[in-house]
Design a protein around this ligand. Sequence first.
Ligand SMILES: Nc1ncnc2c1ncn2[C@@H]1O[C@H](COP(=O)(O)OP(=O)(O)O)[C@@H](O)[C@H]1O
Length: 176
Amino acid sequence: MATYPRTVPNILITGTPGVGKSTVSRLLAERIKFSWREVSKLAEEHNCLDEYDPEYQCPFLNEDKLLDIMEGMMTHGGNIVDYHGCDFFPERWFDGVFVIRTNNTVLYDRLTQRGYTGKKLEDNIQCEIFETLLEEAQASYKPEIVKELQNDTTEQLEANVNTIVEWIERWKEESL
Ligand SMILES: Nc1ncnc2c1ncn2[C@@H]1O[C@H](COP(=O)(O)OP(=O)(O)O)[C@@H](O)[C@H]1O
């Protein structure tokens, strides 16, 4: 249960880059009129990115600053938070955590198309093979709120959006 009452849930969509978090989040936001919070964009817009990390070829995220900015957005529910990490958010923010998964060869093709090469490509494929985000989610949230969704095909994409919409409807009924 949330530490403060919400009549609509907050959900977290997480997983390795390229698994389809943004695609699922965008379709969901269109269907249910929740606010889609793209954490990478929020971090950029609110200057929460510190100097560039040459090893991972991306900037460091100033997590404390980002959390301060997001806190007010999360209070009343109705948020879809989309990010390739999940262990630094307050546990109380989320009612449902959906870990999007993709087959390695499918992910390889998607990331190559995105222009990823070398270490960055390998690290992200390994991240999916070792189920890093699934383990991070399971270690950070209660097991009953963490769900895995396979997202290789357009049929699965549609089914995943339906699954989350149905989950939200059930959550709302149960919290009345
Ligand atoms: N279920 C799916 N079937 C086919 N292509 C998909 C599916 N989900 C996402 N994609 C495609 O994969 C690429 C990566 O998706 P994206 O949503 O940007 O991933 P993420 O936000 O996790 O980095 C995009 O080109 C997107 O159109």
